[in-house]
Each structure stands twice: as structure tokens, then as C-alpha cells.
Design a protein around this ligand. Structure first.
Ligand SMILES: [Zn+2]
Length: 204
């Protein structure tokens, strides 16, 4: 419990031990009350609100979550908004927190082409090879309990990663994170809670 830090959570109870991200730019006021926070717009019905993202970056926030999601239409629009948001992160030297569903290749290409090296791929469930490609760009892979169902799960454990819940901050979130860290520590024989906390605090 000493090192517990959630690498990706959403607005709930107040805490300093989570990186709190938003799905929409309308949550700027509540997001900024947290110690570690990011403002974003998810691919589902996302709208470009670059002014709000600049406002967040200037107020000390990071950018996210942002990204691409194959389950939703209008890929072109998603890509345009994703790139806009990434350009704010780059210009203001902020972390980009990335949501990617079934489009890791495209996301990787965009990050590489734009020279983005300060990012977290949250809720990662892709292959071990893909994870290495993101890490190679300088990014961080974050895994939630959903990663356990991914084919790549065993291979991900030999790579550097951080742990997350993707839940609202609060008691339930801390219980899930604690159980997840414990499980990963049991499998790997390493202190995952400590490793993850160090890794995320290093970049925040
Ligand atoms: Zn999330």
C-alpha cells in the first residue's frame, strides 16, 4: 500500500495517488483540482477543443485521454483530432495519455511521425512486439486487469509497464489496484506496486 499509485483513473474522490484523466474537455474545472491530471477527449463522439487543451496544458495538466478507436466511425476525423491534441502535448511538453482500440499500428505511426516521446498507452492489450515499439519511442505501457485476457499477457510481463484501474478514484479503485498489483507481483516475483509507482512518478 505504501507505493500505490494508479497510472490511469477517472474523476472520483480526491486523491494524490492517481493520474486522473478525462473523456471530455468539459471536465477541466474538476480535473484541475487533482494533483496529477490530464484533460482529453475520447474518440467516441470526440470534438476538437484545442483551446481547452491549451488551457489545461498551461495550468499544469497533461493531455488525455485521446486516441483512436476502431469501434467508432469517422476514422479521418478521429485522426485529425488526435493529431491536434498531440501537437498541444508536444508544444507544451506535456504527457499524452493514449486510448487505442484495434489501431495500435496507426497510433504508433502517428507518434513516430510527429516525434512524440512523452506518452502513456493506457489499457494496453496489444502484442508484446507492439509494446516494444511504443517503448522504443520512449513511451510507457500501462496495463489494467483487462490485460490478463490478452494473448500477449505473459510476454508483456517481461517488459517495463505501469499499472492502472481505469476506474473512478475511490475505495473500490484502490482495492482493485491493490489486488492487481498483488497478482502481478505473485506471477513475476517482483514488487510491481513499487516498480509501477516509481516509473509513473518519474515522468509526471
Ligand atoms: Zn480511461
Amino acid at each position: 500500500m505504501k507505493y500505490m499509485f494508479d497510472a490511469h483513473a477517472h474523476i472520483g474522490e480526491h486523491t494524490e495517488n492517481a493520474f486522473v484523466c478525462t473523456e471530455s474537455t468539459q471536465f477541466l474545472e474538476s480535473a484541475r483540482t487533482f494533483r496529477h491530471w490530464a484533460l482529453g477527449t475520447i474518440p467516441e463522439g470526440c470534438e476538437s477543443d484545442i483551446e481547452k487543451l491549451y488551457e489545461a496544458a498551461k495550468a499544469g495538466g497533461h493531455i488525455g485521454e485521446i486516441g483512436l478507436d476502431k469501434r467508432y466511425p469517422d476514422e479521418e476525423k478521429q485522426i485529425r483530432i488526435f493529431k491536434d491534441a498531440l501537437s498541444v502535448a508536444k508544444e507544451c511538453d506535456r504527457i499524452a495519455v493514449i486510448h487505442a482500440v484495434r489501431c495500435y499500428g496507426t497510433v504508433h505511426q502517428i507518434l513516430r511521425d510527429m516525434g512524440i516521446d512523452r506518452f502513456i498507452i493506457h489499457g494496453f492489450t496489444g502484442s508484446g512486439e507492439m509494446a516494444k515499439c511504443f517503448i522504443g519511442l520512449g513511451g510507457i505501457i500501462s496495463i489494467s486487469p483487462r490485460a490478463e485476457r490478452a494473448k500477449s499477457f505473459p510476454s508483456l510481463l517481461s517488459l517495463p509497464f505501469v499499472t492502472e484501474t481505469d476506474m473512478k478514484t475511490g475505495d473500490d479503485e484502490m482495492a482493485v489496484l491493490s489486488a492487481w498489483n498483488r497478482k502481478l507481483s505473485m506471477i513475476t516475483g517482483r514488487d510491481i506496486e513499487k516498480e509501477s509507482e516509481r516509473r509513473i512518478r518519474d515522468i509526471l
